[in-house]
Ligand binder design. Sequence first.
Ligand code: F6R
Length: 613
Amino acid sequence: MCGIVGATSRTGAVLEGMIEGLRVLEYRGYDSCGVAVADGERIEIRRKVGRLSELEKLLVDGALSNARIGVGHTRWATHGKPSDENAHPHSDGSGRLALVHNGIIENYLELRKELQAEGRVFTSETDTEVLSHLVGRELARGASLIDAVRAALRRVHGYYAIAVMANGANGGLVCARQGPPLVVATTADAAYLGSDVLALLPYTRDVVYLEDGDVAELAPGFARITDIHGAARERAVRRITWDAEQASKGGYPHFMLKEIHEQPDVLARTAFDRILSTSGDVSFEHGDWDDARLRALQRIQVVACGTALHAGYVARYLIEHLARIPVDLDFASEFRYRDPRLVEHTMALAVSQSGETADTLAALRLARELGAWPVSVCNVMGSTVVRESQATILTHAGPEIGVASTKAFTAQVVAVFLLAVRLGRARGVLSVEQGRRLLDELRCLRPRMEALLAPHSVERVGEVARGHLDAKGFFFLGRGVNFPIALEGALKLKEISYVHAEGYAAGEMKHGPIALISKGMPIVVVNSPGAVADKVRSNLHEVKARGGHVICVGSDRESFELADEVIEVPQTIEPLSAVLNVIPLQLFAYHHALARGCDIDKPRNLAKSVTVE
Ligand code: F6R
C-alpha cells in the first residue's frame, strides 16, 4: 500500500533521489508523505498530509539537501486518518531515529500501553509509532541499530516492511520485511532500499528481493541480511531487464492511457513466444506443466481480488469450455474465511498483477495447506505470490503504474486463455487442429487491438463517454465470457470517475435491478457473436423497453440496430472477444473521468497494491 525508500551514500546527497523515488512510488499510496535525513548529528523529519508536491514545499529551503542518509514514505492510511501527525517517518521523540512502515502491527495497542507505562509519549494515532518506540528503547539501552530492530520485531505481531535510520555511534540504516515487499541494492558508494524495484532503477539493475523474516543492514557499498535472531541469510541478486523508461509516461498525459495503448505489445509479449504452432499447444516456463499432472486435475479454484478476479471469471468460462475442468471462483478475502473444502487434485490458481495482494496471498497459502497445487498468473517475477507458487504463468505486461489496472488485466486474460488451451490439449479435449485454430486467432488479435487504439476509434469512444457526463449511474451488461467484461467496465468507471456503475449479468436484470432503470439511463451492453448473443439481444430489448439508453459495445451487428449508440469492436472468436471488448470500456472510463476533471492515475481512496487485509 505505502511506498518506502531509503538510501545511504558515502559520496553524494540522498534527498533528491529519495524524492524522485517517492514520485515513482506515489501510485502505492498518496494521502500523505514524508522524509527523514541525517546531517551530522541531527535527524530532520519533514512530513505533510497530501501529495508529494506539498512535501516539496517544505524542502525548498534546501536545508536538508546535503544529507547522506535518509528514509522516505508515501502513505495510504490504515491506522489513523491522513494528517501531518500520522504521516511517516515516525520517531520516538529522542531525535535519534526515524522509521517508515508499510503494513499493520496487530498487537500495537498492547505494546503502546506497555510503552506509555514507561513514560513514552505518543504523538500519532498510528500503529507504526510503537515500532519507533520499541527500537528507540533498545537504542537507549546501548544496542546497535540492527540489534535494536531485531529486538523490536521479536515483540510485534503483524506484517510489515520497515526502514529505520538512526544517528550517533550505534546508528545506520536497517530495513526488514514480513509480508509487504522490500527490495535492496548496493553500488560501490551507496546502498538503497525501496518497496518497489522502480525506486531503485535509477541507481542499478541488480537488486535483492527481501523475503519474509529478513532484516537487512545497509551501508555504502554493503548489505548484510539476517533473520530476526541474527542468523545469516543468503539472497540471490536478480537482474532487472526492463528499464525506468518503460515505467515513465512516454509522452502520454497519463499512465493509464499509455498502458491502454501498450496492450498490443503486451499481448505479443505474454503470448507469442509460448505458442507451439506445430502441435497447437502452449509451453510455459515456470513449473511442472506435464500432461500427466494436468490430466489428473479434478478442479480449479481461482482466488483473486478486484480486476484480477474478473480475469478469473474469464478463466472459469475458458477453462470449462476448452478443457472441461470444473472451475470455482472466490473473492480471495471470502475464500480465506469461509472454511473452504477442496477436492483432491485441485489447482489453486491465484491471479494477481502485483503478486503482493494480502488477501490473494493468504487464500493461496490456505489452498496449499488444504492440499491444492499452488499456481499463479502474475505480473511481477520475484513477488511473494510467484515465490509461493509451484508453477507460474508470468504476464509480461511490464510495470503498471496507473492505479486502475488495464494492460495487466488484458495480459491476465491472455494468460488464462493460454492455460485453457494447454489444459485442453493435455487432457485430449482439444485436437491439434483445434488448438492451432485457437492460437492462430490469438495471434490475429494484435492488429485488431491496434485498430481499436487508432486515433479515430479512441475519439469515437471519447465522444460517447463525454455525452453522458450528467448521468447519475450506469449499468454494464454482458453474458458468458463478456459478463466479467461488463463487471470490469463498471469497475473502471467507478474507480476513476467516481460515478456509480453496476456490472451485471444481463440475464439477471429482470430479477431485480431492472427496477433501477429510468428514462435515459445509460446502459452499456457488451455483445459479440457467440452462444449467448441472441440472449443478450433479448435483455437489450428489456432494458430499452424501460427507457434505458443503450450503448452497444462489441461486434454483434444485430445488436447495433437496437442500440442508441454503438462502439464497434473488430470480430474474433467468442472466447477471445473479452480481450477486445474490454479496450473500449477502459477508454470509456478514461475519457469520462478526464472530462469530469478527475485525477486519473491516482483516484481517491485507492492504492495500487493492497498489501493489507
Ligand atoms: C482495479 C485494480 C484492483 C486490483 C486488485 C488486485 O483497477 O487494480 O482491483 O486488481 O487490487 O490487485 P493485484 O492484481 O495486484 O492482486
